[in-house]
Design a protein around this ligand. Structure first.
Ligand code: IMP
Ligand code: MG
Length: 179
């Protein structure tokens, strides 16, 4: 997909705010897993949008981590149920403390299916950390444990998030409006 020809991009969350919030989130996550008695976190990056956030969060954590990567997309069929297509799955997570790292939870559809898929594999615990949360757009209940920023129902790009695979490398989160 080529870049859109005409668009406006407005900065919403500057790079400095992202960096500061990542540190706060990491401290919150460390405290939570210390309380849980977890010696190690299986930190799972939900590709591709979470890649930038993941790399920053990972280095801000004090708790030892293992890394793994998962890529999935969800399709809504003609019925109201949907299914999950996993193009890259993670390895064994039985008895491990799994923390899913997402870029954004919107309707909650993808995360809901992912949780079901992973819960069946008997992790010791399964939690979700998302950089951005579009609470007003939620249609499927998802227990999000750690949230970076609440955001409005706008189309956001940058810091890993894309529009047709472009704009992921912007150092800030911006709103894109196509003309
Ligand atoms: P959900 O299944 O509706 O919660 O959608 C989640 C996925 O949609 C995210 O993981 C993103 O890949 C994508 N998405 C939702 N909102 C945005 C946005 O504002 N910008 C870029 N991607 C988005
Ligand atoms: Mg995503």
């Amino acid at each position: 997909m080529p870049l859109p020809e005409k668009y406006t991009l407005t900065e919403l969350i500057p790079a400095e705010n992202l960096a500061a919030r990542v540190k706060e989130l990491a401290a919150q996550i460390d405290a939570c897993y210390t309380e849980l008695g977890a010696k190690e976190i299986m930190l799972v990056c939900v590709l591709r949008g979470a890649c930038v956030f993941y790399a920053d969060l990972l280095r801000a954590l004090q708790t030892p981590v293992r890394v793994d990567f998962l890529q999935a997309s969800s399709y809504v069929g003609q019925a109201s149920s949907g299914n999950l297509h996993i193009s890259k799955d993670i390895e064994n997570i039985e008895n491990q403390h799994v923390l899913l790292v997402e870029d954004i939870v919107d309707t909650g559809f993808t995360m809901r299916l992912l949780l079901e898929h992973l819960q069946a594999r008997r992790p010791a615990s399964l939690k979700i950390c998302t950089l951005l949360n579009k609470a007003d757009a939620r249609r499927y209940e998802v227990p999000v444990d750690f949230i970076g920023f609440e955001v409005p129902e706008k189309f956001l790009v940058g810091y890993g998030l894309d529009y047709n695979d472009s704009f992921r490398n912007l150092p800030y989160i911006g709103e894109i409006v196509l003309e």
